[in-house]
Ligand binder design. Structure first.
Ligand SMILES: Cc1cc2nc3c(=O)[nH]c(=O)nc-3n(C[C@H](O)[C@H](O)[C@H](O)COP(=O)(O)OP(=O)(O)OC[C@H]3O[C@@H](n4cnc5c(N)ncnc54)[C@H](O)[C@@H]3O)c2cc1C
Length: 457
């Protein structure tokens, strides 16, 4: 039976797994990375990248429809979904090829096949035994459903939604979190009637309430319907469509139901229970340094409870490789990881919301400032409204920032630096923001919090 030995064995070649492999190789370790499907994982093939390509196509469709507003003559004839698919697939294919080359160039050995952990230092892949001084679990996540809600037919997940070769005329979306909201946004831009069903009182319920409400208003204006604070009860399917019944008796009829209620950890049948790895509902529990209960075994990415985001997985991967190398990397708390919802309008945030800041520091210690994008020339030019909200400790650092508006995802770079470097508004206020840009809105908020507002009262 063939046996291969490495310093580090990584199980799963998605964002978390390949980031671990790249950084470990960079640090001089030998790395074997086991992948049963395609390196790049969910984010590259079924998540971040293809959905953002769809959202960009949606933006182009909206621009064509709205062109008269800008004095440009264009006729919008509709969406050629085959054309959108080929554009999307091209981007994924290029990134996939680039990633394969990069892994090869760094000397990472990619082992094709499904792995099963047989000891803290070995993984079995078919007939091959792969051994490593350290083992990193990075098997990612899958679209889950609700008890009693069977997937199949017209009840689909985001994977099937990406593969549709038509634009549904009427679609129901179960879940008003990031994935549900992004698909709702795309389908609306492509001409569908969309209804979102969310059990919590707001869309994007993990965001500042003021931002959620602002998104709800924007979606209402775009003709996206939603039912908030009411739970799903059942769904029936027929040849022509689905009927979704909610607990308040209301029904929603549609061609398809997208189930976007969250993602579960892909850890079944990996041998982890037999190994004695401490788990909770399938998630692998780790300490803050991403070590599992078994010495020498680490976990990264979506299988570790917390935010399920690609850039968190990248950071986990880099962290674990450096930890194994003895570099003692710093821990980044989940709260300080930037989050972006790439719908139209976009929502972006990092750090604490006002409510969580008040819980942590007390109301008298927290100050906030809301800057409306109505005062931002660049936002006016591109035709978006929205706002930026900054939360600070009084006489202390910036601890949270949230924004809503077209393209505000790009503002989160400066925001995450401000929060993670624990900058004071007074430190940032003298620094210059190019005019006219959307990130000037952050500069204006920092100036205001430092007591010297420019284009605001
Ligand atoms: C529709 C959608 C949109 C998203 N958009 C964004 C976004 O815009 N931004 C963002 O930050 N995040 C986004 N995400 C989340 C992001 O995709 C995940 O957080 C990220 O992919 C998690 O990385 P991971 O390495 O933990 O897992 P994955 O990317 O899921 O990778 C796990 C890999 O392990 C492999 N594997 C599993 N079991 C085995 C086994 N036994 N043997 C060998 N290989 C195995 C799988 O084949 C897979 O390739 C999105 C997700 C979805 C579904």
């Amino acid at each position: 039976m063939p046996e291969q030995n490495f310093d580090v064995v990584v199980l799963g070649g998605g964002s978390g797994g390949y980031a671990t492999a790249l950084r470990a190789a960079e640090l001089g370790m030998t790395v074997g990375m086991i992948e049963k499907d395609k390196v790049g994982g969910t984010c590259l093939h079924r998540g971040c990248i293809p959905t953002k390509a769809l959202l960009h196509a949606a933006e182009v469709a909206d621009s064509a429809k709205d062109s008269a507003h800008f004095g440009v003559k264009a006729t919008y004839e509709g969406v050629d979904i085959a054309g959108v698919t080929s554009y999307r697939e091209n981007i994924v294919a290029k990134k996939y090829k680039g990633l394969q080359s990069l892994l090869k160039a760094r000397g990472v050995t990619t082992i094709e096949g499904a792995g099963r952990v047989t000891s803290p230092t070995t993984v079995q892949v078919g007939d091959s035994t792969i051994t490593g001084k350290n083992l990193v679990l990075a098997t990612g996540s899958y679209s889950r459903s609700l008890p009693g809600l069977d997937l199949g037919g017209r009840v689909i997940t985001s994977e099937q939604a990406l593969g549709l070769d038509f634009v549904p005329q009427k679609v129901a979306v179960l879940g008003g979190g990031v994935i549900g909201v992004e698909f709702a946004s795309v389908w609306r831009s492509f001409g569908a009637e969309v209804t979102i069903i969310e059990a919590l009182p707001h869309l994007v319920p993990n965001e500042e309430e003021v931002i959620s409400k602002s998104l709800e208003r924007a979606f209402r204006k775009r003709g996206i319907d939603y039912s908030l604070g009411v739970r799903f009860q059942s769904v029936t399917q027929s040849d022509s469509g689905v009927v979704v019944t909610l607990e308040n008796g209301k029904t929603v009829e549609a061609e398809l139901l997208l189930v976007a209620v969250g993602r579960g950890p892909s850890t079944a049948n990996l041998g982890l229970e037999e190994l004695g790895v401490t788990m909770d509902r399938g998630f692998v529990l780790t300490n803050e340094r991403l070590a599992t209960s078994i010495p020498g075994v680490y976990a990264v990415g979506d299988i570790v409870p917390g935010l399920q985001l690609a850039h968190r997985s990248f950071q986990h991967g880099i962290f674990v490789a450096e930890e194994i190398a003895g570099l003692e990397p710093i821990v980044i708390e989940d709260v300080n990881i930037p989050k972006v919802t790439y719908s139209e309008p976009e929502v972006a945030s990092v750090g604490l919301s006002e409510a969580r800041a008040v819980e942590k520091y007390g109301a008298d210690k927290v100050a906030t400032y809301d800057y409306s994008l109505a005062g931002n020339a660049r936002s006016e030019i591109i035709g978006t409204s929205g706002s930026v909200k900054v939360v600070r400790v009084k006489d202390g650092p910036i601890i949270g920032l949230s924004a809503i508006g077209s393209r505000v995802g790009e503002l989160i770079g400066e925001a995450q630096l401000a929060v993670n470097w624990e900058a004071y508004p007074e430190d940032l206020a003298p620094l210059i923001h190019a005019h006219p840009t959307q990130y000037e809105a952050l500069g204006e908020a920092f100036l205001a919090l430092a007591g010297k507002p420019l284009h605001a009262l």
